[in-house]
Design a protein around this ligand. Structure first.
Ligand SMILES: [Ca+2]
Ligand SMILES: [Ca+2]
Length: 503
């Protein structure tokens, strides 16, 4: 038992001794193991002893496996090239994983990322190729991969600091963000060179072709793209607002793409705003006129006065000069010229004959007749109603149903062609409305007063007036007649009342 324990102790001691030995030699670059190239470039040689026969080069950060060491050279195999050879061990650093007993004092960038130059706005940071070593207080170096990388903003041009952090230590390196490699911009096409006051810059028709210096395809931007692309800057007289209304005078317009060196400058002429044309917005409701009166009705006609800067102003036709030679108008279409502020336009108006669509009694004339009288049309006015909406007095109409053989209310018809209109007239014994003692055709309180004065003996009526004063036709003039006349005068009774039935 004692022997066995002794052997165990010996074995343990030997194991520890081997481990300690291994740990001691691992720091020296003279033994087999994994190494990383520590110099910018070193050669792999076919023969370590002759120091000759170049096979290939390996570069900083390349990781190689040294399988044998002879004369300060390590035998390596370059996997990526399927080549093997010998490398000066002085150019290599041992790489081993783990050093739990040491303290990391700093980080070391063994190999920078492959990509160290970026184009602004187009490329994002790429850490491929970055090899970071943790340096321990015993000077051991161990590659770490679980570091934290603080990437810089790549949206502006310049040197950008990248920070690698691991635990409490960190290291930085820089990458470069460069401008988009634009060789030049070429302006193509043509655009307006004259604008009107109040307009905004519009270079429709103009294109910008961007030529790059890195061989990438050219890009072409039309005006709409230019206006809406934030990579373009448009300056009007030095101010960065392309939507500002232009002012009269020579105006400088600068367009640049991404950088001010890619600029193109224009000078445009801005002229004062002035009316340019007159446009019909809506036509007249009635696009014809009648041959009889040749009068234009332009109701509904609305015009726009268009300025050279695109501004519109609504103009009523009443403010316009209407040029229409009514006397020489012809049946059918006639051109009517409309002028306003040195601008003019025209509309077509058809001349046609108005059509009669009815008749109306404009003025009945005499409506109370004495019994047996003949029709008196002297004051009767009959009008034709036309499709033009107009009414014109017509003659040649006929009266039907006129009968004064009896007293009373009569309906009389006036006929004209196929049209007719009826009206009422009255036949009385006196030829006047009862009560109208002053014989003026109307019943007023004055008539009623005169009748009353007669009834009470203050006045004496005679002749026709005496007949008319008897409004209720009872053959005597009393206060009742005065009262009835007053009722009619104030509208309580109609002008004509048939009292024959009450007798
Ligand atoms: Ca009267
Ligand atoms: Ca009476």
């Amino acid at each position: 038992m004692k022997n066995k324990r002794f052997i165990k102790c010996i074995l343990l001691f030997l194991s520890l001794a081997i481990l300690a030995f291994s740990a001691a030699v691992i720091a020296y670059a003279d033994t087999v193991g994994t190494y990383v190239v520590a110099v910018p470039q070193t050669d792999v040689l076919a023969d370590a002893e002759t120091d000759a026969d170049f096979v290939c080069a390996i570069y900083k950060g390349d990781v190689v496996e040294v399988t044998e060491v002879r004369l300060g050279y390590g035998k390596v195999h370059v996997n990526s090239l399927s080549l093997g050879g010998w490398v000066n061990m002085d150019d290599l650093q041992p790489m081993h994983s783990g050093n739990e007993n040491g303290r990391i004092v700093r980080l070391e960038i063994l190999s920078m990322p492959e990509k160290q130059t970026y184009i602004v706005g187009e490329e994002t940071f790429d850490s491929t190729g970055l090899v970071v070593l943790a340096v321990y207080d015993n000077n051991d170096r161990v590659e770490i991969r679980d570091y934290i990388l603080y990437e810089p903003s790549m949206h502006t041009v310049g040197e950008k600091k990248v920070t690698v952090s691991y635990g409490s230590v960190s290291e930085t390196f820089t990458v470069t963000v460069t401008e988009v490699p634009i060789e030049r911009i070429v302006i193509e096409g043509s655009a307006k060179t004259q604008f009107a006051e109040g307009q905004t810059i519009d270079f429709t028709g103009l294109c910008v072709r961007v030529v790059y210096s890195d061989g990438r395809p050219e890009r072409v931007f039309a005006w709409e793209d230019i206006k809406n692309n934030s990579d373009f800057v448009i300056r009007i007289n030095g101010k960065e607002n392309s939507d500002v209304p232009l002012q009269v005078g020579s105006t400088t317009v600068d367009i640049y793409y991404m950088y001010e060196k890619n600029a193109q400058s224009y000078t445009v002429d801005v002229v004062p705003a002035r009316p340019q044309s007159l446009q019909v917005v809506s036509l007249p409701d009635r696009q014809y006129f009648f041959s009889d009166n040749r009068t234009l009705d332009l109701t509904g006609l609305v015009l726009n006065l268009i300025y050279n800067n695109g501004k519109k102003e609504t103009v009523g036709y009443r403010d316009c000069e209407i040029i229409f030679d009514a006397k020489n108008a012809v049946p059918g279409e006639n051109e009517i010229v409309i002028r306003y502020k040195d601008c003019q336009t025209s509309i077509m108006m058809e001349m046609r004959d108005a059509e009669l669509v009815g008749i109306e009694l404009t003025q009945p004339g005499r409506i109370v007749y004495i019994k047996g009288a003949l029709f008196d049309g002297n004051d009767t006015v009959v009008s034709g109603v036309y499709d033009s909406g107009e009414r014109f007095e017509i003659s040649g109409w006929e009266v039907h149903g006129f009968d004064t053989s009896t007293c009373g209310k009569k309906t009389v018809e006036i006929r004209y062609g196929e049209y007719s209109v009826s009206f009422t007239l009255y036949v009385t014994v006196s030829g006047y409305f009862g009560g109208d003692v002053n014989l003026d055709g109307a019943l007023t309180p004055a008539d009623a007063r005169t009748i009353l004065r007669h009834a009470v003996g203050l006045e004496k009526l005679s002749g026709t007036a005496a007949v008319v004063a008897d409004r209720d036709e009872d053959e005597q003039i009393t206060t009742a007649d005065a009262r009835l006349a007053l009722r009619a005068a104030v509208g309580l009774d109609p002008l004509y009342m048939d009292f024959s039935k009450t007798k």
